[in-house]
Each structure stands twice: as structure tokens, then as C-alpha cells.
Design a protein around this ligand. Structure first.
Ligand code: NAD
Length: 715
């Protein structure tokens, strides 16, 4: 029998008749489930079930990991496929065809489970999603002690639709099963064993051998739930225990998701309904839900942005192709404050030597102390060892002396946001390194083109804009000034790749991309305050819309004084009409009249005393309506950010794809939307424009829609 994704071995001696299928897809570093793998798995199952000489089957991998799960590109196509069925058939037939197609994997796994021969999964490296569902359908699971298993589907808008919800909820108590399925996080071998997800751990042994031994000595080919005496680990759904658990589970789901994630809701439904029936009916229920979720706009946009576009950008989609790969072994970071220390840490952690320079040695050392603190925290959580900590710290040289910058491959300045200070350090550093070394600025507000004028060669000057806190935030904006050349962009992108962050390339403009959208979010909150919307409602409504942090809390984190300064600078540069007078009045009141700078001085929109965070009692806005339209408030927060993003695309500052990725990873735009531009596409462009026009009439010109002829929202 011919296989291209599996290498087949039949052991006829020690383990008489055990077939081992080593998953090893050609031309891929990671095994994935695609159409061809499904076909071959079917062949293996039929072979095992009909050939009496085959006593059992081990599925293992020849690669460093078992498998990353389904190839999401095939799922991305589901919506298109459904529409095609609908165009060719009547509604019922189209739904039937799509249902059968979308449950192909589920049916295959069930066939494997009931084919009469024992199957064992020998799991190494990572085993995720559809691949772990394959393992769950096997009668026995052996896991390498360093391996990880998980069902992360919910993170891309889906849910485990190939039996995952039914088998996991029959392996462990329902509350634990729900947590595992709803969070989508991977677990290591020890945890997986404790949770009943696997049966055996192999440390420093051949796990395939362990799998074969199980077949030889036990080899039970009937799954626990197919045995007569099977009982759900949590008992019946309709029992006193079940009635304690389910209302709480529902409440928790609402609290965590605000009902924005249909995939998560499907998990709850599949487990709730599935546990009341036999496994086959449960699997049909799961499939019914999956057929809906897999072709939903939420899943489509999430897969596109969080998986496909993000991967493309990380692999260098925007890198100028003609520039040969650059080698960045050592960088200079000027300014050892909050951002400089973060950049130094992210670089050293990824093997890059760093010269961390500040105006005095003490200040530079303070930067390394910040890094030491992060590392100690990781040590406490047992994420790194003392040896790792020493290694990382040894890569950083704190200094006040510019001569130490000689021989660096790239410089990033992160000094005060002050044009004169930046000009001074650019000149001093270039006097040492010359004009050939690429020079980057981490400025958040000053145009890169204008800073480049202080450098010896503006074509080698680029923006590398990190987000705070650097160690947690995934996005980096690479800013192209007017003169910035391909070498500078390629070097910046290679550096971002080396430190394992996600880059987007943005053309120079005030606020670049992310900050423009964030400012629109905060401005909307300020205007709502003036309208009389209570601060607590503003914060909660924003979270209900899917934002991770309320706009007032966010404003406190960044600093109200900074907002005030930016407003003044904008007014100075662009004239008095460039700022919103309501916002100016509010920030003047907070910063100038009441000294409320935000979290940094313990006083902002919140009070931060004794470790508590409580909203400060602001005077009421000018109006105080009797009733509030919560849905409209939610919509305003998302629409205003999407509008600003659309304008940046229209102005040629960013591509739609990068706007989507940047919005989720840079400022936490709700992942279920697929990003700012996909959100417009999900709503439908004409609906979006209708909402904008309505809001423009009611709330002002800031809601005027851009010209969508220049924006491809369904790229
Ligand atoms: P910070 O005040 O924490 O750090 C600035 C550091 O620069 C200080 O350690 C200071 O001693 C040093 N410095 C000042 N003058 C210097 C000189 N002449 N030579 C050498 N070092 C000097 O500021 P930060 O928050 O880290 O911001 C730094 C830069 O990053 C700014 O351009 C800011 O706009 C940008 N940025 C900040 C954030 C943020 O959230 N804080 C986010 C993105 C970008």
C-alpha cells in the first residue's frame, strides 16, 4: 500500500503483527492534518480492521513533534465551500453535504475507535488540536515526558469538532474538562496524566516501544465510553452536583467572553448536551455545532488574522526580497528606562549581545536591575533556571560610554520623548559607529522622517516601535521614514524576527498606526464622560465590546499628563482646531487643576491607594440621560477604532492585513473581530457606513466614513 505522509513498519518478530505508522510529511517541518493525511489515515484504519495479521496499530511521528493539528488553510475555505454547495443545490441538500463534509474527521476517528483493533498514540513534542483529537480516539496514549498536548481551537474562533468535546468530558470531571476546552492552553506530561488525558509517560525511553508493549500485554480495543458499565466522571448532568456546576459554568463563560465567542459557547453546549446521551449521539451534536462554527465569520476572520496573516508577517512577508539576510549579533540600546530595558531584555533573551547606554552608569545599571527583576519573577515561576538568568544578564553591558557602541550591528534609541535629547544621542552615537550602521528610534510621537535629519545618513534611519510592557507585547511597528531604504527595513525586520515578535510595516505619520487607533478609543471615552455616561459604565461597556482594558484605566496606565502633553504638542504643530476642546478641557481639569497624572502618581480616573483601584468621583458630565443604549455605546468603541484604522489604510500608511494583525497584538482590539478592518468586513461595508453616518449625525464629524473605494476590507 502506498503512503506519502506515513512510514509504515510491521513488527513481525518481538511484537508479532504490530503496525507502526510513523507520521512524517515530506517538505514540512511539522505534521499537519490535511486532505491527503485524512485519506491515508482512513487506509490505515481499514487495513488494520480487515487484516487479521495486524494485531494493533501505533501512530507515532518521525519529526520532533507529533503534529500541530489541522492545516487551518483548509478550514479557512469552509465558508466559501458552503456557499458553493448552496449555489449548486437546494438549501437542505447543501446543508446536508456541508454537514457530512465538516464531520469527516470526526467520523474517521470514531471508525478508528470502533474498528476492533487497538490503536495507541505515541506522543512526542507538541500534539495539538485535531492531532490530539486523533490521540484521544486511540485506545491508549503514551506521552514523552517533554511533550505538550492541547486543544487550542477556541483561540482561533473554533472548537474541537472531531470528538474533542465528547471524549475530554468523558475522561475527567466536567468543570475541569470545560476549563481545559475553554482556555485552549496546552498541558505538559505530568498534568496530562493527572487529568486523565494520557495513560503513560515515557521519560528517556522509546515511547513507541512502550506503546507496542501495551498492545502486546493488554490491547483493549474498546473505549471506556463504549463499555456497558461506563459512567460520566461527574455523574449525570441532571443531578444535584450537575445543577451546582452548570449555572456557575454559564456565568463564568459570560464573564470571560461577554458572549462574543461563538466557538466557546459551542463548547458549553456540546458538553452539556453531549453528556446526556451516548457517545455517537454526542458526536453528532458536536458535529452539528461544528458545521455552524467552522463557516462563521468569526472563525473565518480569526483564522485569517491570528494564524495565517500573523504567520506570514513573522516569516518575512514585508521584507524587501532583494536584501540578503542580515546578521545581528550585537545591538546598542540608548536609554535604559522602561522601554530601553525592555528592548535590551527581549534581545538578550534571544541571544543578542546588548550595550545598554544611559546618561550615567547608575542609570544604565538601573536598567539592568529592571531586567534582573523580570528574570527573578520567571525563576520564581520556575520558567527559567539560575543558569538561564546568568546567561541573559551576561549578554548585557551597562555603560555611559559611547565608545562601547563600536562594532554593534544596530542601534535603537529609547531616550526621553524630546526632540533635542534624541538629536544629541543620535549625533553622539554616530560619531562612534559611523553612517553605515542602521539607526532606529523607538519614538511614539515624533515623525521618523524628522528625526532622520539628525543622522549622517537618513536612508539608514528607521522606526522600531515597541509597545509597553515590551516583554509581554507581541507587536512591533517598523516605521519607514521618507528616506528609509530597503536595507534599513530588512535589518529592522530581521531583528524583530530574531527576538520572536510580530512585525508590521508602517509608513511615517503622526501616531503611526496603533497609537492613532488607541487615541480614538480614549477620546471616545472622554466624550462619553462629557455626555454624562458614568465612568463605571464606560469601563464595563468597553470590556463587553471585547476590549481587554477599559479606556479610562488604559489612560491611567499611559499617563494623563502624557495625553495632555501630546495634545499641547499637536496644537502647537497643527493649530488650535487640531484638538478636541472637550477633551482638552477634561485633561486640563484632571492634570493641571487636580494633579491627576494616572497610575504613576496614584491618582487618575482611578485612585490607587493601599493596593486598591477604585474609580475617582468625577463631577457629572453636562448631560445626564435617564437611559443609556448599551449596544450603541459598545458599537461606538469598536466603530471609532475601526474608522481610524480604515483612514490609515486609505492614507496608505498601512495595509489592511497589517492593520488587522497590529490591532489585535498592539492594542488588544477584540480578537473575535479578526482585527479593525476585518471587523468592518464582518459587519458588511454598507452596514458599517450606515452606522458611521448615523453616528456622525448624532455625535459629530469624527464618525464620517472614509472612501471605501481605496480600502479592500475583504482582502
Ligand atoms: P523613560 O523615561 O522610562 O526612559 C528614558 C531613559 O532615557 C531614561 O533612563 C533616561 O535616563 C534616558 N536618557 C535621557 N536622556 C538621555 C541622554 N541624553 N543619553 C542617554 N540616555 C538618556 O522613558 P520610556 O517610557 O522608556 O520611553 C522612551 C522612548 O520610548 C520614548 O521615545 C517614548 O516615546 C517611547 N515609547 C514609550 C512607550 C511607553 O509606553 N512608555 C511605548 C512606546 C514607545
Amino acid at each position: 500500500m502506498e503512503f506519502s505522509n506515513f512510514e509504515i513498519e510491521i513488527d513481525r518478530e518481538e511484537y508479532n503483527g504490530i503496525l507502526t505508522a510513523y507520521w512524517n510529511m515530506p517538505d514540512r517541518s511539522m505534521n499537519v492534518i490535511n486532505g491527503s493525511v485524512i485519506k491515508e489515515l482512513k487506509k490505515i484504519v481499514e487495513w488494520a480492521s480487515t487484516d487479521s495479521e495486524i494485531k494493533g496499530v501505533v501512530i507515532a511521528s518521525k519529526k520532533s513533534s507529533f503534529s500541530g493539528g489541522a492545516d487551518l488553510t483548509i478550514l479557512e475555505d469552509s465558508k466559501r465551500q458552503y456557499n458553493e454547495y448552496k449555489s449548486l443545490h437546494d438549501f437542505d441538500t447543501a446543508n446536508k453535504l456541508f454537514f457530512e463534509r465538516s464531520r469527516e474527521l470526526s467520523v474517521l476517528y470514531r471508525r478508528l475507535e470502533t474498528c476492533g483493533k487497538p490503536f495507541v498514540a505515541a506522543i512526542n513534542g507538541v500534539c495539538l488540536g485535531g492531532a490530539f483529537e486523533l490521540a484521544l480516539a486511540c485506545h491508549h496514549r503514551v506521552m514523552d515526558s517533554n511533550a505538550q498536548v492541547g486543544l487550542p481551537e477556541v483561540k482561533v474562533g473554533l472548537f474541537p469538532g472531531a470528538g474533542g468535546t465528547q471524549r475530554v468530558s468523558r475522561l475527567m470531571e466536567t468543570d475541569k474538562a470545560l476549563q481545559f476546552l475553554l482556555k485552549g492552553n496546552s498541558v505538559d506530561a505530568v498534568k496530562a496524566l493527572k487529568m486523565n488525558l494520557v495513560h503513560e509517560i515515557g521519560a528517556d525511553v522509546d515511547i513507541v516501544n512502550l506503546a507496542k508493549q501495551w498492545i502486546k500485554h493488554s490491547g483493549d480495543s474498546v473505549a471506556p465510553w463504549d463499555k456497558k458499565d461506563f459512567k460520566n466522571p461527574s455523574g449525570k448532568v441532571f443531578s444535584p452536583k450537575g445543577m451546582m456546576m452548570w449555572p456557575a459554568a454559564n456565568a463564568l463563560y459570560r464573564k470571560e467572553t461577554f458572549d462574543n465567542y461563538p466557538g466557546a459557547r459551542a463548547i458549553l453546549t456540546a458538553v452539556y448536551e453531549g453528556l446526556q446521551v451516548d457517545i455517537d449521539t454526542g458526536l453528532r451534536i458536536e458535529s452539528r455545532l461544528f458545521a455552524n462554527i467552522v463557516r462563521s465569520s468569526v472563525a473565518e476572520s480569526m483564522i485569517k488574522t491570528l494564524f495565517l496573516s500573523k504567520n506570514e508577517l513573522e516569516k518575512g512577508a514585508r521584507r524587501p526580497a532583494l536584501v540578503p539576510p542580515t546578521s545581528i549579533k550585537k545591538i546598542g540600546v540608548i536609554g535604559a528606562g522602561l522601554m530601553g530595558a525592555g528592548i535590551a531584555y527581549a534581545s538578550a533573551k534571544n541571544g543578542i549581545d546588548v550595550v545598554l547606554l544611559d546618561s550615567t552608569l547608575d542609570k544604565a545599571i538601573t536598567g539592568t536591575l529592571t531586567i534582573e527583576k523580570i528574570l527573578s519573577g520567571l525563576m520564581e515561576k520556575k520558567k527559567i533556571t539560575q543558569w538561564d538568568k546568568n546567561e541573559i544578564l551576561a549578554k548585557i553591558t551597562a555603560t555611559e560610554n559611547y565608545s562601547n557602541l563600536a562594532e554593534v550591528d544596530l542601534i535603537i534609541e529609547a531616550v526621553f520623548e524630546d526632540r533635542d535629547v534624541k538629536a544629541e544621542v543620535i549625533k553622539k552615537a554616530q560619531a562612534v559607529v559611523g553612517k553605515d550602521v542602521i539607526f532606529a528610534s523607538n519614538t511614539s510621537t515624533l515623525p521618523i522622517t524628522s528625526l532622520a535629519e539628525y543622522s549622517l545618513d537618513p536612508s539608514k534611519f528607521v522606526g522600531i516601535h515597541f509597545f509597553s510592557p515590551v516583554d509581554k507585547m507581541q507587536l512591533v511597528e517598523v516605521i519607514k521614514g521618507k528616506e528609509t531604504n530597503d536595507l534599513a527595513v530588512a535589518t529592522a525586520l530581521d531583528f524583530v524576527r530574531n527576538i520572536k515578535k510580530t512585525p508590521i510595516v508602517v509608513n511615517d505619520s503622526r501616531g503611526f498606526y496603533a497609537n492613532r487607533c488607541v487615541l480614538s478609543y480614549v477620546l471616545e471615552a472622554h466624550l462619553m464622560l462629557e455626555e454624562g455616561v458614568p465612568p463605571a459604565m464606560i469601563e464595563n461597556v468597553a470590556k463587553m465590546a471585547g476590549m481587554p482594558v477599559g479606556p479610562l484605566a488604559l489612560n491611567d496606565e499611559v499617563g494623563l499628563d502624557l495625553g495632555w502633553k501630546i495634545l499641547q504638542a499637536t496644537k502647537k504643530d497643527l493649530g488650535p482646531n487640531s484638538v478636541n476642546p472637550v477633551q482638552e478641557k477634561l485633561l486640563h481639569y484632571m492634570v493641571e487643576e487636580h494633579g491627576r497624572y494616572g497610575r504613576k502618581n496614584g491618582k487618575g480616573f482611578y485612585d490607587y491607594a493601599d493596593g486598591k483601584k477604585t474609580l475617582w468621583l468625577l463631577p457629572k458630565g453636562s448631560a445626564y440621560p435617564e437611559e443609556f443604549d448599551i449596544e450603541e455605546l459598545k458599537l461606538r468603541f469598536l466603530v471609532i477604532q475601526a474608522l481610524e484604522a480604515a483612514r490609515t489604510v486609505e492614507e496608505g500608511i498601512i495595509t489592511a492585513k497589517e492593520a488587522d494583525v497590529g490591532s489585535i497584538f498592539g492594542f488588544g482590539f477584540p480578537p473575535f473581530t479578526g482585527g479593525t478592518i476585518s471587523y468592518i468586513n464582518q459587519l458588511g461595508q454598507s452596514t458599517f457606513v450606515g452606522i458611521c453616518n448615523k453616528f456622525a449625525k448624532k455625535y459629530g464629524d469624527r464618525f464620517n466614513p472614509p472612501n471605501f473605494l481605496n480600502i479592500n476590507t475583504s482582502y
